[in-house]
Design a protein around this ligand. Structure first.
Ligand code: ATP
Ligand code: MG
Length: 455
């Protein structure tokens, strides 16, 4: 008996007619993450339905009833119905065949019962099915594990990890998101099979890592599983226990990193930046007079970040922003208008990205020894200064100037490399209050600058 035994879940109203329709011709259940999250009061993003009907039949029935249905993964028995704009995944009861390559089942065959479908799922808390009239199906003790906060593989943990190496990472990401502990066999299997991560696609790793890094228990997971995470970022291994013999630090590099990750907002960009910001420290370390120095560590961390971004196929903008944050995490910026404006004009900073840099800097400072956390206040002060500058519409980048390249061309100036230099100088002069941000004044000054460039 668990506290969940008599529970009634509240399904989003848009999915009920779909469930009813499929149930009229087959057997349909709400499964997976929605059931798990609803039971523990966590907001779930999407609803998954497991259904006895072949995908083509579900598709036919739903299309006839007027739903838009997309054959998203028909080979795996999955179709997606749009119910009042909400995507709803419907997957035929399925049991996976043997796994040959640690990623893809050799064959997928349909299962005849919901129990058999639940048996192929990864963890007991993910192997629950619920129906408004027929109630809960829980063949593997998922409700008990959910109540105790335990993440346990369905079946033999070691076998299940070897079937699909992604489950190693999924174990850590669910534990991080839900604040759960791994059951001992599952934990042993995660450590034993960490190397399976090496052969996973970058996209699959990235999806799980983004969720892991933003989970409520991320610190606990980073602390307990650096050996596993070293298969995502190999340089983590050298950070664990690496001493920082300076008055500023009271933690080794990895423990400091953990504190910084935990102190940032739960957004993938800043969390990745926190994870990687000091990854270059072990490689750049040297001792002088008994004190640690790490000159050039942001550049080394940048090299590591670039490798990780490429391997995990991070989206281009995300990876460019991540690199910028890592490279500049330790820069000294005067916390006043002039200092911030100058810093931002030196690179492709948007106000939003600069705020993220401040989040990172504040968290970095909080990961220092108690007497050296003052820079956190400075980073927070910078955010205030930038907010004020934004409310006054101060120019930060070329797009904030009252003219652009087209205006210069219309005014008769030659397009070419000089134009970029002229616009940059105009921006600097406007930002330094040497020139008003007005069309006529800017064009006049542009004329002077072109002449200077030519002479
Ligand atoms: P969320 O969507 O909140 O991230 P979720 O549990 O719904 O969590 P999904 O990745 O959407 O996770 O997968 C849906 C369900 O499919 C899971 O709950 C699980 O039952 C099953 N599942 C997904 N991936 C695997 C896998 N690699 N091995 C076994 N079962 C899996
Ligand atoms: Mg899901």
């Amino acid at each position: 008996m668990t506290r969940f035994d008599d529970i009634r879940l509240t399904l989003p109203p848009w999915c009920i007619p779909v469930l009813t329709l499929l149930d009229a011709i087959g057997e349909a259940w709400v499964v997976g993450g929605f059931v798990r999250d609803a039971l523990i009061g966590r907001a779930a993003d999407d609803v998954d339905i497991a259904c006895s009907l072949p995908a083509a039949e579900s598709m036919q029935a739903l299309s006839s009833a007027g739903y838009t249905v997309i054959p998203t993964g028909i080979a795996h028995g999955t179709v997606t119905a749009l119910a009042y704009g909400h995507p709803l995944e419907i997957t035929t009861f399925r049991k996976d065949g043997r796994y040959l390559d640690g990623r893809h089942p050799e064959s997928i065959s349909t299962a005849s019962t919901i129990q058999a479908d639940l048996a192929r799922r990864d963890f007991t808390v993910n192997a629950l099915a619920w129906h408004p009239e027929r109630g809960m199906v829980d063949p593997f003790g998922g409700l008990g594990d959910l109540e105790c906060g335990i993440l346990r593989a369905v079946g033999d943990a070691s076998t299940r990890m070897q079937e699909d190496g992604l489950r190693v990472l999924r174990a850590l990401r669910f534990a991080s998101q839900l604040g759960f502990s791994l059951e001992s066999d599952t934990e042993a299997a995660v450590h034993a099979h960490a190397a399976l991560i090496d052969s996973l696609s970058g996209e699959r790793i990235l999806r799980e890592m983004n969720k892991l890094l933003c989970g409520q228990s991320v610190g606990q997971i980073l602390r307990s599983y650096p050996d596993v995470l070293s298969h995502v970022v190999p340089e983590i291994a050298a950070c664990v226990g690496f001493p920082q013999t300076t008055k500023y630090h009271c933690y080794d590099v990895w423990e400091h990193t953990i504190h910084v990750v935990e102190a940032t907002p739960p957004e993938p960009l800043v969390r990745w930046a926190a994870l990687l910001h000091d990854s270059g420290k072990p490689a750049t370390h040297f001792m002088r007079d008994g004190v640690s120095h790490f000159y050039g560590h942001p550049e080394e961390s940048l090299r590591i970040t670039r490798r990780v971004a490429t391997r995990l196929r991070m989206p281009k903008t995300f990876s460019e922003q991540l690199c910028l944050l890592v490279l500049h995490h330790d820069d000294t910026i005067a916390p006043d208008e002039r200092g911030i404006s100058r810093f931002m004009r030196k690179g492709p900073w948007t106000p939003e990205l600069f705020f993220t840099l401040c989040d990172l800097k504040a968290a970095d400072a909080l990961g220092h020894a108690p007497n050296y956390q003052g820079r956190a206040a400075e980073a927070i002060e910078m955010m205030g200064v930038l907010s004020e500058m934004l409310s006054r519409k101060e120019p930060f980048g070329r797009r904030d100037l009252a003219i652009d390249g087209n205006d210069l061309v219309s005014a008769g100036f030659e397009p070419g490399p000089d134009m970029g230099r002229v616009l940059r100088t105009l921006l600097d002069e406007v930002a330094e209050d040497e020139l008003p941000n007005e069309r006529e004044a800017l064009l006049a000054r542009a004329g002077e600058l072109y002449e200077e460039h030519e002479s």
